[in-house]
Design a protein around this ligand. Structure first.
Ligand code: 5GP
Length: 207
C-alpha cells in the first residue's frame, strides 16, 4: 500500500478519556467517520451488554474468571476497575496495529491512561470535558440505558475522573458537538502530520 495521507510511516497511540455522559462515544463515532486509518481498540469488560451493543464490536463481553485469565496471562496492555466492573485493553491487537504503522484509539478511563503513559510514553492523550456535572446526569438519563442507581454512581465517580484532566495532552470541551468534533479532528490530523510520522515524505522531497 502506497503511504498516503491516511497511512503515516509510524502510527500513533491515542488515548481518549472522559467521564461517562461526556458525549465521548458520539464524538468518537464522528471522529472515525472523518479521519481515515484509525483502529478502535475493543476492550474486554465484565459489565453487562447494553441494548444496541454487539459482543466484539463495542466490547468483548467476558465473565470475571475469563477477565482474570487475560490479566494473569499478561494479555492486557492496561486494566482497571471502573464503576464496579473490570475493563482492559487486549495487548496483541494494539501492538500488531502499531507495528504495521497504523494508529490506534483507546477509549479508556484515567487509571488506564496512567498505565499507558508509563508503558507507551509517546502516546497522545485527550480528555473530553462536559460543560458541567449536571450535563452528565442529564445525558445519562436521556440515554436511558442505566438504572437510577448506576446513574447516581457514575455521576459521583465522574468527579474523580474529571479531576485528572490536567494529566492529559489535550482537552476537548464538549459543550457544542460540532465545535468539539472540529477540535478533536484537528488534534488527530495535527498529530498524524508530525514530521516524525511522515519520514517517507521527508525522504521523497529531500535530495
Ligand atoms: P462504559 O461502561 O460506559 O462503556 O465505560 C465506562 C468507562 O470505562 C469509560 O470511561 C471508558 O472509557 C472506560 N473503559 C472502557 N474500556 C476500558 C479499558 O479497556 N480500560 C480502562 N481502563 N477503561 C476502560
Amino acid at each position: 500500500m502506497k503511504p498516503g495521507w491516511e497511512r503515516p510511516q509510524a502510527g500513533a497511540l491515542f488515548v481518549v478519556s472522559g467521564a461517562s455522559g461526556s458525549g465521548k462515544t458520539t464524538l468518537l463515532k464522528r471522529l472515525f467517520e472523518r479521519v481515515a486509518g484509525l483502529q478502535f481498540s475493543v476492550s474486554a469488560t465484565t459489565r453487562s451488554i447494553r441494548p444496541g451493543e454487539t459482543d466484539g464490536v463495542e466490547y468483548q463481553f467476558v465473565d470475571v474468571p475469563a477477565f482474570q485469565r487475560l490479566q494473569d496471562q499478561g494479555e492486557l496492555l492496561e486494566f482497571a476497575e471502573v464503576y464496579g466492573r473490570y475493563y482492559g485493553t487486549p495487548r496483541k491487537p494494539v501492538e500488531r496495529a502499531l507495528g504495521l504503522g497504523l494508529s490506534v484509539v483507546l477509549d479508556i478511563d484515567v487509571q488506564g491512561a496512567r498505565q499507558v503513559r508509563r508503558s507507551h510514553p509517546g502516546n497522545v492523550s485527550i480528555f473530553i470535558l462536559p460543560p458541567g456535572v449536571e450535563a452528565i446526569r442529564e445525558r445519562l438519563v436521556a440515554r436511558g440505558t442505566d438504572s437510577p442507581e448506576v446513574i447516581a454512581r457514575r455521576v459521583r465517580e465522574a468527579g474523580e475522573q474529571l479531576s485528572a484532566c490536567g494529566e492529559y495532552d489535550y482537552l476537548v470541551m464538549n459543550d457544542d458537538l460540532d465545535t468539539a468534533t472540529r477540535v478533536i479532528e484537528g488534534i488527530f490530523l495535527a498529530e498524524l502530520s508530525r514530521t516524525a510520522r511522515r519520514t517517507h515524505w521527508v525522504r521523497a522531497f529531500s535530495s
